[in-house]
Design a protein around this ligand. Structure first.
Ligand SMILES: *Cc1c(COP(=O)(O)O)cnc(C)c1O
Length: 443
């Protein structure tokens, strides 16, 4: 815990902290951003991204057989990159014109998990499953991995347990994938997890344990209960390297997609990427991956709710994962359940420290308005968290960022990372949409 005196000292160092404490929307530009070549090197790099890609390729035959909806893409899990000019016009109607093209990275359509967790969460599970099967002599890397669905493998995996704590989507991703392989999987959910997510998990044979407290408490409990068992693996959202590497995969293929759409990224054509941020793992992984490819030509921004700015608080104060939003008096209450995270990831935040260009915060109402406007203008449905990035381009337009970095915004490309939505049930979609509509009408 932090004393009042300590918090006051932090505010004195970084006055923006007062606005964060007051739950005001802020646009923070990271003074610690370093040129890519000068940023500290971590044990991770392009090589790890390529090794990860090979793992996905080995598992492709497994995905085709286990989840027929992936057969169209030959078992490779990927989403489209879509230009959204109608939404650009709507945003400009809201808050004024901005330069550059606007694209949506449609991870809300990722198969099976229906969210970006299909990258990080699935990766951690398939990596663990492969390791176990290789060590037991049941599998060779040259094999056709669809054999992992045979009864002998289910029997084998049943001896191992997986635990994960989640506000919802990570639990969905880990739960569905682990159950498919035959693992005994337990998801520890925080009080803010949506009912339909819990129901869906139980339907798939996942054990769901509910917690009264918030996400960090669910993580603590899950970690303690899982780690006492030598045959159990805990997916630690607050500190997982595998989750992080899984997320970097989104970067490798977006480079191909941009090329296919003849979008240039270079010194005269800056690329801006806006990612909704919870613990900072998915936005950090994507930023890290994109930096390996585009270096200083890509500018990565994270977006957090005003009531749950965990990563922002960690970076602004330089207290990193030691500090939580509760420590500064915020309640960590937000409708964006994927972002209701009070304490940032230890692993990811260290890496983001010198790579992220800035963090913007927004109020919950804004999420619902954007949700309704995106549905009306582009006929795309996202869950509330996933709309957060849409505020990015206009925050850039009015900030000093482009000027200080000598960027020509006229040639910019803005990519809003849409992180989830596919699995949201119809009644819930209607309720979200109507809430947005109502807010727009009463503005
Ligand atoms: C998990 C999630 C995020 C944030 O990812 P973190 O790794 O927690 O930062 C954003 N949006 C959605 C929909 C998510 O499920």
């Amino acid at each position: 815990m932090y004393s009042k005196k300590e918090i006051d000292a932090l505010i004195k160092n970084t006055p923006i902290l007062q606005d964060i404490i007051d739950a005001k929307p802020v646009s923070w530009i990271n003074p610690e951003l370093l040129p890519f070549d000068d940023a500290p090197k971590f044990s991770l790099g392009m090589k790890d991204m390529e090794v990860a890609e090979q793992l996905w390729i080995r598992f492709a035959p497994f995905f085709v057989k286990a989840f027929p909806e992936t057969s169209e893409s030959a078992g490779i899990l990927e989403s489209t990159l879509r230009e959204i000019p109608n939404m650009k016009a709507v945003l400009e109607g809201n808050h004024g014109n901005f330069d550059g093209g606007l694209f949506l990275k449609c991870d809300h359509e990722l198969p099976i998990a229906g969210s970006i967790k299909a990258r990080g969460g699935f990766f951690e599970i398939i990596k663990y499953a492969e390791k176990l099967a290789l060590e037991a002599g049941l599998l060779k890397k040259e094999d056709d991995y669809s054999k992992l669905l045979a009864p002998e493998f289910r029997e084998f995996f049943r001896k191992y347990k997986i635990g994960v704590s989640s506000t919802g989507n990570l639990g969905l991703g880990i739960g569905i994938m682990s159950a498919k392989l035959g693992f005994e999987v337990t998801v520890y959910v925080s009080a803010d997890a949506k009912q339909w997510k819990k129901e869906l998990l139980r339907e798939k044979g996942v054990i769901v344990i509910e917690f009264d407290g918030d996400f960090s408490e669910a993580v603590l409990a899950g970690r303690q209960q899982t780690l006492t068992d030598p045959n159990a693996h805990f997916v630690d959202d607050e500190d997982s390297e595998d989750l992080f590497i899984g997320y970097t995969g989104g970067a490798l293929r977006i480079a191909e997609q941009l090329k296919a759409q003849k979008v240039m990224v270079d010194v005269d054509h800056p690329l801006f990427v806006y990612s909704p941020c919870g613990v900072g793992g998915s936005p950090g992984g994507i930023a890290f991956g994109l930096k390996q490819i585009y270096g200083d030509h890509v500018h990565c921004f994270f977006i957090e709710p005003t009531h749950s700015p965990g990563v922002l608080t960690g970076l602004v104060t330089a207290e990193m994962s030691h500090i939580s939003v509760q420590d500064i008096g915020l309640d960590n209450q937000t409708e964006a359940d994927g972002l209701a995270v009070g304490r940032p990831s230890h692993f990811a935040t260290k890496i983001s420290k010198h790579l992220v260009s800035g963090i913007f915060t927004l109020e919950d109402d804004q999420l619902f308005k954007l949700l309704a406007q995106l549905k009306d203008s582009e006929n795309i449905f996202l869950e509330p968290s996933a709309t957060a990035g849409l505020i990015g381009p206009q925050r850039i337009q009015i900030s000093e960022y482009a000027k200080t970095h000598h960027l020509n915004l006229k040639n910019a490309t803005h990519i809003v990372w849409a992180t989830g939505g596919l699995l949201v049930p119809e009644y819930q979609r209607t309720a979200f949409y109507e809430r947005g509509q109502h807010l727009l009408k009463t503005e």
